[in-house]
Design a protein around this ligand. Structure first.
Ligand SMILES: Nc1ncnc2c1ncn2[C@@H]1O[C@H](COP(=O)(O)OP(=O)(O)OP(=O)(O)O)[C@@H](O)[C@H]1O
Length: 487
């Protein structure tokens, strides 16, 4: 057997989730007629009737051109497998790098079990650095920054779970997050990690959660949005803020982007004891975030990134020059025609544009979900949950409700419209948050920006300069060039 077909056989045997298959036949048909092959979520090729995960026989029958194309597709696999994550975890320049194991971080055995049950092998850099500070005695405050998808949520979830004294049946850890969706997501992480830690209980302080006034909660951890948390502390008196000993503020940059949230966070913070441990996390630290962080976290330990470290190497960034929306749509279809895309998120500026795009993509046969601001929080949570389960492969969205969403199969983010601030300048923070929906925990990801005017080209230039990272021009009509650039 040639080296190529051997590689193919090995990849197929490693395939983990054949149920989540996507059709690669379009790409193959261009070169080699009608042979119908399928790939799994990792971009590995699976022949349609393969049994026991092996396609050795099929690979043997292929001619060299076919094998080379298949291997190209495999190399282009958008999702890294576990081995590749492990390689990154041993690379000192990677944000996933660690010298320590979870055991060395002195986690309780029940939590270690939860961590391994989630499939985590080693901590990431932020986990390795932040956890000892968060668990130190006497307690230390922390302001921490790490790239999107590198394990911040997991880090502070572990810290809260470790901090809890299970003998005490009152709220000890309070975590606030800017959106309903994120609060639910963080809660899920805590529940999964704390699965073997039976005595820890969690409550969600989010809109719509019915509570009885005046009866103090017994849950040791409360996670919620600032408005509801404030109500639970003041109006409903469910939490005694003076008994909170660990306060976590997640996605500080997103939090302060809404004036109301900023003010509510400060009001909650003022009710806490001075010696309550304060932890603040953010993916970006513009001046305003920094000022806010210093205001709420006295005498902090600080973990900060350099500007050029903020974007991940594993996310390749491109721009495509288009004329108008129809042109952008064609470019998008060409991307789909040549790339193996597990799941994609597409960002539009307006609801109207998002609806138009959703309708057109659906007509093309894609499974598309639309997420936009006018939906109720429950509707939004349900759309995100379906997307997370892979029921829809494309999520078209307009705004903030998709910030912080962690869906590991997202291999492509498209800025159908570029993120701009009120003055029409590049919104760098939003850009970083958007592209950070792909490339989660070392996986490969692509970010494609649609440029439809001189103004939007200026924005791309501003973003390039801000992060000191190249955004490469892509010609979606030139399939060969696209294949070579996007490998
Ligand atoms: N040590 C680890 N080993 C393997 N996977 C991990 C580890 N830590 C976190 N993950 C996974 O990586 C993904 C991203 O983690 P997490 O959501 O904690 O990142 P984040 O930094 O909070 O992201 P964001 O900046 O978008 O909020 C999740 O799917 C999580 O389960």
């Amino acid at each position: 057997m040639s080296g190529d077909s051997w590689a193919l056989a090995v990849d197929v045997q490693e395939a983990t989730t054949p149920s989540v298959q996507f059709d690669l036949s379009k790409k193959l048909d261009r070169v080699r007629g009608q042979r119908n092959l399928k790939g799994d979520i990792n971009g590995n090729i699976l022949p349609e009737k393969a049994e026991n995960g092996s396609c050795k026989k099929d690979a043997d029958k292929m001619d060299l051109a076919e094998q080379s194309l298949l291997n190209k597709l495999i190399r282009r696999s958008l999702v890294r497998n576990r081995n590749q994550v492990e390689v990154l975890q041993r690379d000192p320049t990677s944000p996933l790098y660690s010298v320590k194991t979870f055991e060395e971080l002195r986690l309780k055995p029940e939590l270690l079990k939860g961590v391994y049950d989630l499939g985590f092998n080693r901590p990431s850099k932020i986990q390795e650095n932040a956890l000892p500070m968060m668990l130190a005695q006497p307690p230390q405050n922390l302001i921490a920054q790490s790239q999107s998808g590198t394990g911040k949520t997991a880090a502070f979830s572990l810290a809260m779970l470790s901090h809890v004294d299970t003998a005490n049946k009152w709220t000890q850890c309070l975590c606030i997050s800017p959106t309903y969706e994120l609060a639910l997501q963080i809660g899920q992480v805590i529940e999964q990690m704390g699965k073997f830690y039976a005595d820890v209980k969690l409550a969600y302080a989010i809109r719509g959660n019915k509570v009885e006034r005046g009866i103090k909660l017994q849950e040791q951890i409360v996670i919620g949005t600032p408005g509801t948390v404030l109500d639970w502390c003041t109006k409903y008196k469910l939490i005694d803020p003076k008994k909170i000993t660990m306060f976590v503020l997640d996605e500080a940059d997103v939090m302060i982007a809404t004036q109301g949230h900023r003010d509510q966070s400060i009001r909650i913070h003022r009710m806490l004891n001075k010696d309550c441990q304060m932890l603040l996390f953010s993916a970006t630290f513009e001046e305003s975030v920094w000022r806010f962080a210093e205001q709420v976290v006295p005498d902090p330990n600080i973990i900060r990134l350099k500007r050029e470290e903020e974007t991940l190497d594993t996310i390749k960034q491109f721009y495509v020059v288009c004329k108008e929306k129809e042109d952008k749509f064609t470019a998008l279809c060409n991307l789909y025609g040549s790339l193996t895309i597990a799941q994609a998120m597409i960002f539009c500026h307006t609801r109207k544009m998002a609806s138009w795009l959703t309708a057109h993509l659906t007509k093309e046969g894609h499974q598309v979900a639309l997420l936009s601001g006018e939906m109720t929080v429950e509707q939004r949570a349900s759309v995100i949950e379906r997307f997370r389960q892979g029921k829809e492969k494309v999520l078209v969205t307009t705004n903030v409700c998709s910030r912080g969403i962690d869906v590991e199969q997202v291999s492509l983010v498209v800025n159908f419209d570029l993120p701009v601030d009120m003055d029409g300048n590049a919104d760098n923070e939003t850009y970083l948050h958007r592209i950070g929906r792909t490339g989660r925990f070392g996986r490969r990801g692509f970010a494609v920006n649609m440029v439809d005017s001189k103004h939007s080209m200026d924005i791309i230039n501003q973003i390039e300069m801000h992060f000191n990272r190249r955004i490469t021009k892509l010609d979606t009509d030139n399939l060969e060039e696209m294949e070579s650039l996007m490998t």
